[in-house]
Design a protein around this ligand. Structure first.
Ligand code: FES
Ligand code: FES
Length: 163
């Protein structure tokens, strides 16, 4: 039994501790956004955050995750109340087939939560491990920039309210 905290909720999962996180998310927890692309840590389709940092869930055994916080794209918002990245990806129509998109959003989230004003060059360098076979990179870039602006606006508004 492994205790896994995903999107703020702790689950006891009855799996072999060597099981990759991706299989547990999809097979046990019904969190199907993260995708199986290569299974080898080479494409990024399975990217989720662990304690705020992007990891390839296809090569991350659940045993190393006890006591750590996993975030998947389902944890960024809901259909009714999408988070900034989800909103921006919709507005920019950034997905073509969509297979890479959850991984893209999670890697982008790691960057934007540190620096919502990241430059094009910083975004390109940060996103490098994640591949998109459909070639929608320009729209993905635009969506990440838009999400950063949404985050900055929200942060300014919240500072204004509390300050
Ligand atoms: S499926 Fe995990 S990196 Fe490709
Ligand atoms: S939108 Fe198809 S792989 Fe990226």
């Amino acid at each position: 039994m492994v205790a896994l905290t995903v999107n703020g909720k702790t689950h006891q999962v009855d799996v072999d501790p060597d099981t990759p996180l991706l299989y547990v998310l999809r097979g046990e927890l019904e969190l199907n956004a993260a995708k199986y692309g290569c299974g080898l840590g080479q494409c990024g389709a399975c990217t989720v955050l662990v304690d705020g940092e992007p990891v390839f869930s296809c090569v991350t055994p659940v045993l190393v995750l006890e006591g750590r916080k996993v975030t998947t794209v389902e944890g960024l918002g809901t259909l009714e109340a999408p988070g900034p990245l989800q909103q921006a990806f919709i507005e920019e129509q950034a997905a073509q087939c969509g297979y890479c998109i959850a991984g893209m959003m999670m890697r982008a989230q790691a960057l934007l939560q540190r620096n919502a004003a990241a430059t094009d060059e910083e975004i390109k360098a940060h996103m490098e491990p994640n591949l998109c076979r459909c070639g929608t990179h320009m729209r993905i870039m635009a969506a990440i920039k838009r999400a950063g602006k949404l985050m900055q606006t929200a942060s300014a508004a919240s500072t204004g309210r509390t300050g």
